[in-house]
Design a protein. Sequence first.
Length: 95
Amino acid sequence: MLRDKRAVITGSTSGIGLSYAKALAAEGVHVCINGFGDAAAIEAERASLEAKGVKAIYSDADMTPVSSMSRRWMNFRTRNGTRSLPLTCRPPFTR
């Protein structure tokens, strides 16, 4: 049911967001992880997601302002099709 859909998951470089990314990738969902942290650790997590057979990309875009998140979501949806879903896993207004 989820195979080949796409998800943008904010706050997904660690914690609950990363757990969601892993679970979705295991179901065949292509993921865009987003957040801040150690570049090498983030790349290792991104590569481990791709090892599940899905496309995994990373964006370090600051999703704190709602207008920024909406704009990024529309750009992602335009590039990747309408079979995409956003998932926010970050506390509001934090960095």
